[in-house]
Design a protein around this ligand. Sequence first.
Ligand code: HEM
Length: 519
Amino acid sequence: MATKQLKEFTREEVAQHNKPDDLWIIIDAKVYDVTRFKNMHPGGAFVFLDEELMGQDATETFYGLHRHEVLEKPQFIRLVVGTIKDEKPQIVGRVPGALSKVPYAEPTWLSEGYHSPYFTESHKRFQKVVRKFVDEVVFPDAMAREEDGKRPSLSVIEKMAELNIHAMRMGPGKHLKGLKLMNGLITPEEFDYFHELIINQEFARHGQRGYGDGLNAGGIIGLPPVMNFGSPEIRDKVVPEVFSGKKFICLAISEAFAGSDVQGLKTYAKKTEDGKFWIVNGTKKWITNGTFCDYFTVGCRTDDGFTVILVERGEGVETKPIKTAYSPTAGTSYITFENVKVPVENTLGPEGGGIFVMLSNFNHERWMICCSAVLAQRLCVEECLKWTNQRKAFGKPLNSQAVVRSKIAGMIARLESGQAWLENITHQMNNMSYKEQSKYLAGPIGLLKMYLTRSGQDTARDAVQIFGGRGITRTGMGKYIEHYHRAAPFDAILGGAEDVLGDLGVRQAIRNMPKNARL
Ligand code: HEM
C-alpha cells in the first residue's frame, strides 16, 4: 500500500488553524486536523477549545491522557494532515519482535550491557523468534478476545501447532523426539527448561491473564498424566491430537466440595460388573478450558481410593461457563458427569494411585506459573515507569515525587529477586533428573510461587495507587494495571494456594534438618 505523502508545515503555519471551525494540533511532530473529530472525541469537544491548545503543540497534554496506541488506530491516523518541517516523530509504539529500552522492562539477560551465566546463543535466537510470533500472532488475538470474551482463535492454536509450541510447552523430554521445533530453529535435544521459560514469559507479554489461560493452559496440566501414565494406545492417539491443536484436554480435579483435600472429593467412578468400563458420576468446578475441551483428565474416588481417569466428551458430560474475575476467554467451567461410561483402558496410572499421578506434575505447573507471574510484574514495572515519566501533577512528572519512586523501588526489587530465584531453579531443573527435581525442588518452587504471588499482589496494589482512577478503569491508560490487579490473585490460587505452598517449602526444610544441628 502506498503511503500518503504528507505535507510539511512550520509551527507558525499550524498556529493559524486555531479556531473551533479550523482546528489543528501537533502531537510528536505530526499535525492533526481535529476540526470535525472534536465533536466525536471520547473525551469531549470542550478539551480542544483551549487557547493554549488550538494550533499548538499538544504532545505533553496528549500523553498525559492517552496511550500511544490510540494514535496508531486507522481512524485516527486519518486525522494526520502533515508533519512539522525539519522535525521527526520521536515516540515509537510497539515494534513486533523488538526489545524494550525501558529499564527493567527486560530481564538482565536481554538487557544491553549485562551478562548471564545461564542463557546461551540458542536461547537468544529462540527468544527473538518467540517474541515476534507473540507480537504478531498472539497479541492482536489476545486484545480482541479479551474484548469479546471468546476463546482464543483456532487460527492462533493452529499456528502454534505448526511450530510445535504446544509440544514445547510440556517441557523438554522424549515427547519432542522427531519434532521440528520453531521451523527447525532448535533441535529437540537442544531444547531445555530455559527455552521453555522463554515461551512461558514471552507468551505472558500481552498481559491478558484470562486469555493466557485460554491458550491451552488446561492442556499443559491435563496432558502430562496421559503422556506419563496413559497406555501406549491412549498416548499415541491423544498426545498428537493435542500437539496438533485439533483436540483440547484439561485437568479436572477440584470440586465445589473439595480442592486439595482429595479425600473430600465426591466424583465417583464405579466399575461395571464385567470390569470393562468405569461409570463416572459427579461434578467438577473451576476447570480451566473445560468449556471447550474434548478430553478431561478426571480425579475420581474409586473402590481402591483415588484414581485418575481420562474421560472423553460425550453422553453424560456437560460443561457450563463460570464467571470469574479475569475473563471468559479462559473457558473456566463447571462440569457434570452423569453415568458417563468410560473404557477401563482410559485409567491413567494405577487404580488407587491417583495421588501419585497428580503430584507428579505439580512442580512443573507451579514453576510455569512462576515464569508468567514474574513477567506480569515486569510489565507492571514498565507501565509504571512510563506513566510516572509522562504524567504530570503539580507541574512536575509523577516520578519527581519520592513516595512514587519508593513504590517503584519496591516493585523492581521484588521483580528482580523473583527472576533471579526463578533462573536459579530453572538451572537446577536442567541439571537434575526428574526424581531429583521432586526431591530437591518441590520446596523451593513452592516458596518461590508463594513469594511471587504475594509480591505480585503488593506490586498490583502499588501500581493502582500510582495510576489512581485509571488503575481501576478497564480502558485507557491504566488498562493493563487494572487487569493485573484483578488477575494477580489467580496465580496465588491456581496450582496450589499461597499459604499451602509456603508451608510445603518450610515443612520440606524441617524434614531435611540435620539431626545434630543446634544453635
Ligand atoms: C488526535 C488527537 C486525539 C485523539 C485521536 C484522541 C482520542 C481519544 C480517545 C480514543 C479517547 C478514549 C480513551 C482512550 O482510549 O484512551 C480519548 C479520551 C480523552 N481525550 Fe483524547 N484524543 C486526542 C486528543 C486529545 C487532546 C489534545 C486532549 C486534551 C486536551 C484530549 C483529552 C482527552 C480526555 C480528557 C479524554 C478522557 C480521558 C480519560 O477518560 O481518562 N484528547 N481521546
